[in-house]
Design a protein around this ligand. Structure first.
Ligand SMILES: NC(=O)c1ccc[n+]([C@@H]2O[C@H](COP(=O)([O-])OP(=O)(O)OC[C@H]3O[C@@H](n4cnc5c(N)ncnc54)[C@H](O)[C@@H]3O)[C@@H](O)[C@H]2O)c1
Ligand SMILES: O=C(O)[C@H](O)COP(=O)(O)O
Length: 530
């Protein structure tokens, strides 16, 4: 079989490249030009980038084979995630692999700014021994204001506590418990933080809300002689406001690892001695790059094998343990979803999914997505995957409603019930996971069963009376079809029943015609494939 191909457009660790090479054809093209990238992207199944490569609609449109864009790092602001979602391309990153390095770089810049290290270094190397201009300040006893108490912000907080700093933080999106856990005093507004902090460091993503969130007006609230650090993304602290602050003396020092435009080799910021700058080096340590490279390589391989990828940006986020627990239910939901179009062809207007049992304590969104993927994959030309399944269902006018019930009936611990509506309820199925962790169907349109959703399943309606099932099974046997297991379900004695038969062999259309004519059979059998 032809090996799948991955293009790496920026430098990643050798360890990651080696992992990729075990399974894929790797084109390692660090620094490839935009034009060349656009002209060859249609040859690849995966693209690995860092923060420089612009992944936009033009690129994704041309990447006809692309299944995944792997971000070897954290921030995805160079990737149009919505476009990737629309085209069914997975975007995965490595959010936990470089956080320690970014936190340490933040503190390095803070100390370098407070102690004028870079400026003194330049002075001495130019042949001047002079200590007067370089008197700095201690971090000890000062107040640091952290904007964004996420992965990196919280690491910065715990490390600065060791310097005996008072830590205050502003992050409107996290629970109070997180402030307590990291020993940070919660500030309700950014304005409050600006007024109280001696040094301000930002650790939010860059987006519409955070771009220029610290501007001239915000900075005017700060203490005179404030220090600022930006090791997150350029522009969260507006650059022209920093320049004005440095000129007026409002800002005593700045440590900047990131810039509004990158790469940048000339900036008015560079003329200030009290500004220490680095060219986006937050994640550039051997340790972080090794972790990042290995992590993204494994995710790309998983995605190309069709397996579940842990850090998909365009899917709900889940902890590994949660994902492990949900995996069998993801398979169940996808198989349940695949049943409808194997039985019916009428367009769907609405789907109601009900999750019941302890499973509801988890992120069930991924199960609904799996269900929609299973439903749409057989009938759509476009590739359907976990990333675009919901969007494609909505585009087809299908309304999706989710319900959760903490309790289930005692017989089964967890249940997934799916009702599919056309202008009426066209299919009502319930499934669960067996003790052996296999997906099973426990009810179909009010008929109770226990059928393994595995391989081939014949489904047929029959009269509930003697001499129907036996002859039917005999016909199968006479045609070399082995029955692996069989369930017959009825609602009321003597009325209609449903047979669900796991068979080991394909059933031809000719044989279906013969089976349909068997005595007491009420519908043409259908063969479900799982
Ligand atoms: N310099 C580097 O090399 C480097 C390395 C890694 C990460 N980063 C950047 O660091 C930043 C933080 O990364 P992270 O992994 O800690 O992210 P994260 O998602 O774990 O944390 C971000 C935090 O910001 C908060 N936030 C969002 N909007 C906010 C707002 N308007 N006001 C206040 N808080 C807000 C969120 O609630 C969250 O807690 C990102 O921009 C990332 O791209 C830079
Ligand atoms: O978001 C990140 O992971 C950091 O900013 C690092 O970006 P880089 O991979 O381009 O160094």
């Amino acid at each position: 079989m032809e090996r799948k191909k991955v293009l790496i457009s920026e430098r990643i660790a050798e360890e990651g490249v080696e992992i990729l090479k075990r399974e894929l054809d790797v084109d390692y093209r660090d620094g490839i030009s935009r034009e060349e990238l656009l002209s060859i992207i249609d040859r690849y199944d995966a693209l690995i980038v860092r923060s420089v490569t612009r992944v936009d609609e033009e690129l994704i449109q041309r990447g006809k084979r692309l299944k995944i864009v792997g971000r070897a790092g954290n921030g995805v602001d160079n990737i149009d995630v919505d476009v990737c979602t629309r085209y069914g391309v997975i975007v995965a990153n490595t959010p936990d692999s470089n956080t320690i390095s970014a936190a340490e770089q933040t503190i390095a810049l803070m100390l370098a700014g407070a102690r004028k290290t870079a400026w003194a270094n330049n002075y001495l190397k130019s042949g001047v021994w002079d200590r007067k201009p370089f008197r700095g300040i201690e971090l000890y006893g000062k107040t640091v204001g952290i904007v964004g108490l996420g992965r990196i912000g919280s690491m910065v907080a715990t490390r600065l506590k060791a310097f005996n700093m008072r830590v205050i933080a502003y992050d409107p999106y996290i629970a109070d418990e997180r402030f307590e856990r990291f020993g940070a005093e919660k500030k309700e507004t950014l304005e409050e933080l600006m007024r109280e902090a001696d040094i301000i460091t930002v650790h939010t993503p860059r987006n519409e809300e955070t771009m220029h969130m610290i501007d001239e007006k915000m900075l005017s609230l700060a203490k005179d002689g404030v220090g600022i650090v930006n090791c997150a993304r350029g522009g969260i602290i507006k650059e022209t406001a920093i320049i004005a602050g440095l000129e007026s003396g409002k800002i005593a020092f700045a440590g900047l690892d990131v810039f509004e435009k990158e790469p940048i080799t000339d900036s008015p910021l560079f003329k200030f001695n009290n500004v220490v700058v680095t060219p986006h080096l937050g994640a550039d340590t051997y340790e972080a790059q090794k972790r990042v490279g290995e992590d993204i390589a494994l995710q790309v391989i998983k995605a190309l094998r069709g397996e579940i990828v842990p850090n998909v940006v365009n899917l709900p986020t889940m902890l590994k343990e949660e994902l492990d627990y949900l995996k069998p239910y993801i398979t169940l939901a996808e198989k349940m979803g695949s049943i409808y179009y194997q039985l019916e062809r009428t367009p769907i207007s609405r789907i109601d999914v009900t999750y019941s049992g302890p499973i509801t304590k988890n992120e069930t969104e991924i199960l609904t997505i799996a269900l929609l993927k299973g439903l749409l994959s057989p009938v759509m030309e476009e590739k359907v995957n976990y990333v675009n399944a919901r969007l494609l269902a909505q585009d087809r006018g299908i309304k999706i409603y989710e319900h959760r019930e903490e309790q289930t009936n005692k017989r089964y611990k967890n249940l997934i019930n799916v009702k599919i509506f056309t202008n009426r309820c066209a299919l009502d199925i319930t499934g669960t996971i067996s003790r052996a962790k296999n997906p099973i169907l426990v009810e179909i349109n009010g008929y109770e069963t226990e059928t393994d959703l595995e391989g081939l399943v014949l489904i047929v309606e029959n009269e509930d009376r003697p001499r129907v099932i036996g002859p039917f099974a005999t016909i199968l046997g006479d045609h070399g079809i082995n029955i692996a297991s069989m369930k017959v379900a009825r609602r009321n004695k003597g009325e209609k029943a449903v047979m669900l038969i796991n068979v080991d062999n394909e059933v031809s259309e000719e044989l279906m015609d013969i089976l349909a004519k068997s005595d007491g059979i009420m519908s043409r059998p259908k063969l479900l494939r799982f």
